[in-house]
Design a protein around this ligand. Structure first.
Ligand code: NAP
Length: 243
């Protein structure tokens, strides 16, 4: 059985991807930072279905925690052949109000986190001459979002990482792709008012927000052996908002 590690698998899009990969036959390592209870509950419900699931704590912005997480997962589930870099945070602020700490945290979770996790995952994938890395970026990384400059910059960086790493790892049988979600109804949207959410739905050609399962369905395909000729790509799952 192949092992998939999903960062930020405790809630939202990451939890949906973890559940979908588990149901597609992968043993899943469900990474969380603060939401231990949610990660444990998801793992327990998947195990009750007969799936293999392991909750594993790490702040992905800390290289030592990432290394320890990979060691624990390899020990308990085997080498990771599918890595989904999904962990993320959001913050809406004027660019001129951003502190050094705001900027660093945004880069730390999204970009440093993906770097540390790819670095930890790749040696085993290269040895196996097979691997799937999927990075969860954002449409704001493609087109830029006002009051989310640091978020947009981090996600644009993740898209650059994806394209370059895809070229480097292609000869080793490893694909590296991005999903760039549009507006997806998760806790990340909790700070938006009902009016803001309605306005975003209005702007979206399919006239609604997305849901996490719709991102997960695309993720399962891009992580599958069948997607071996797709690499370095950015797939918008955004209801047509960015084309
Ligand atoms: P969410 O519901 O807020 O969940 C965020 C997840 O990331 C949680 O599982 C959280 O874990 C984890 N996380 C945050 N910081 C972490 C860290 N330092 N180390 C490990 N895990 C960490 O967000 P979501 O909407 O599902 O977003 C998932 C991804 O999709 C993010 O990368 C986000 O930027 C991207 N995205 C979301 C949308 C959207 O509209 N929702 C749109 C575009 C892109 P704990 O709770 O355990 O701390």
């Amino acid at each position: 059985m192949e092992t998939a590690l999903i960062t930020g698998g405790s809630r939202g899009i990451g939890a949906a991807i973890a559940a979908a990969l588990a149901r597609a036959g992968y043993a899943v390592a469900i990474n969380y930072n603060h939401s231990a209870e949610a990660a444990e509950a998801l793992a327990a419900s998947l195990r009750a279905e007969g799936r293999a699931a392991l909750p594993v704590q790490a702040d992905v912005s800390d290289p030592a925690q990432v290394a320890a997480m990979f060691a624990a997962v390899e020990r308990q589930l085997g080498a990771v052949s599918v890595l989904v870099n999904n962990a993320g945070i959001a913050q809406q602020k004027l660019f001129t109000d951003l502190s050094d700490a705001d900027w660093r945290r945004m880069m730390g979770v999204h970009l440093d986190g993906a770097f540390y996790c790819c670095r930890a995952a790749l040696p085993a994938m290269i040895r196996a001459r097979y691997g799937r890395i999927l990075n969860i970026a954002s449409m704001w990384g493609q087109v830029g979002g006002s009051c989310e400059v640091h978020y947009s910059a981090a996600k644009a960086g993740l898209i650059g990482l994806t394209k370059a790493l895809a070229k480097e790892e292609g000869p080793s049988g490893i694909t590296v792709n991005c999903i760039a979600p549009g507006v997806v109804d998760t806790d990340m949207m909790a700070s938006f008012s009902a009016e803001d959410r309605a306005a975003l739905a209005d702007e979206t050609p399919v006239c609604r927000l997305g849901n996490a399962d719709e991102v997960a369905a695309a993720a399962v395909f891009l992580c599958s052996p069948a997607a071996g000729f797709i690499t370095g790509q950015v797939l918008g799952v955004n209801g047509g908002l960015v084309t």
